[in-house]
Design a protein around this ligand. Structure first.
Ligand code: PMP
Length: 375
């Protein structure tokens, strides 16, 4: 008899625990950590959005919804996308269990075992692991040192097995936000090669430049994923959505039917309410925090000033090794994410500035102290 009652699948053995999660757990064991490691907004769900969720629960809107999501929410999303992208008559939207759910469905619908998917380096960790889960191979395209996802860098990595290209703007972990020229070039590459783009736009509401630009404005060969986790302060509510070409999205309905079934019913009503709200106050608040951290660190760390999201991905000072840097942070109960958790390189670290100014001030002091100590 085997010495264990179960045998782990190759799939599950291929997945390592998230390097970011580890810091989350470390933080739980600290008394008063300054936690800049987890990527979520620091504001709560607005009161009337909470009230919409509570009303839905009290009204008994607790049953399964149709798998693609309540029509009211899908209609609203379609209107919003139509106003940005023009005619979307041959497209559909669906409501997913977070953007994570949308990513999972997209990968399942478009990737076979052995297929290749191109993801940026540095990347949002989930991309790599989801590829493994569906038996595909995640290959990276380099966006160092400025973190621009350039069509030229992607083109170099395309092989006859490449089936998908992921674009993430504004980006986790770098905060880089695409400009129109870059988005046009990415769209042209997709049109020329026929390889679809997945555009992960979960941080679209946190833009500090002129406007959020999506490659979908310039090509139809693009699935747009977004959601309410970040912009409405509800990551625990698991609300996401996507827009894509109708046949493809209808295929995803079937995949959702037999996996997630539907996104949480009462919370779909809450997200519908949330879409009517103006969240620009939060954006302005985060712009101030971005500036404060950038100004506070720029003498000791090389930083590409982010145009969006709520992350920064500073370079470690010359000659500072990542292990000593992380140890110095942990000693001070300051939690940041080592670059190696979201990159093939270990030259940077990620910090999330979605926290109070008071904590950010202390973090800036500590990081400058660490730079002086380790140099
Ligand atoms: N995409 C990116 C780039 C993210 O940073 C995150 C969350 N960290 C997600 C997707 C997943 O978000 P959700 O909570 O909607 O599943």
């Amino acid at each position: 008899m085997a010495d264990k009652p179960f045998r782990l699948s190759n799939r599950s053995q291929g997945i390592k625990a998230s390097g970011i999660r580890k810091f989350f757990e470390l933080g739980l064991s600290m008394k008063d950590p300054i936690d800049l490691s987890i990527g979520q907004a620091h504001f709560d769900v607005p009161e009337d959005v909470k009230a919409a969720a509570i009303d839905a629960i009290n009204d008994g809107r607790n049953r399964y919804t149709v798998t693609q999501g309540i029509p009211e929410l899908r209609e609203k999303l379609k209107d919003r996308y139509a106003s940005r992208f023009g005619n979307i008559d041959d497209c559909e939207t669906m409501v997913t269990s977070g953007v994570s759910g949308g990513l999972m469905l997209s990968f399942m619908a478009l990737l076979d075992p052995g297929d290749e998917i191109l993801i940026p380096d540095p990347y949002f960790v989930m991309y790599r692991h989801l590829a493994t889960m569906v038996g595909a191979v995640a290959k990276t395209y380099d966006i160092y040192p400025e973190f621009k996802p350039s069509a030229a860098a992607i083109r170099e990595r395309i092989t006859d097995k490449t089936r998908l290209i992921i674009i993430n703007s504004p980006s986790n972990p770098t905060g880089y936000a695409l400009n129109e020229t870059e988005a046009r070039e990415l769209a042209a590459l997709s049109d020329e090669t026929g390889i679809p783009l997945i555009s992960d736009e979960i941080y679209e509401d946190f833009i500090y430049g002129e406007r959020h630009v999506s490659p979908r404005e310039f090509t139809k060969n693009c699935i747009v994923l977004s959601g309410a986790s970040k912009s409405m302060g509800m990551p625990g509510w698991r609300m996401g959505w996507l827009l894509g070409e109708r046949d493809l999205v209808e295929r995803m309905y079937s995949l959702q039917q037999f996996s997630f079934v539907c996104a949480p019913a009462p919370l779909q009503w809450a997200a519908l309410k949330g879409l009517d709200q103006d969240f620009s106050e939060h954006r302005e608040e985060y712009r101030g925090k971005r500036d404060m951290v950038f100004e506070g660190l720029k003498d000791n760390y090389r930083i590409v000033k982010p145009g969006g999201a709520f992350y920064m991905f500073p370079y470690l000072p010359e000659g500072v090794d990542p292990e000593s840097f992380m140890a110095a942070c942990i000693k001070r109960e300051l939690l940041v994410v080592p670059g190696s958790a979201c990159s093939d390189r270990a030259t940077n670290f990620r910090l999330c500035y979605a926290t109070t100014d008071e904590k950010l001030k202390r973090a800036i002091e500590m990081l400058n102290e660490i730079a002086a100590e380790l140099k």
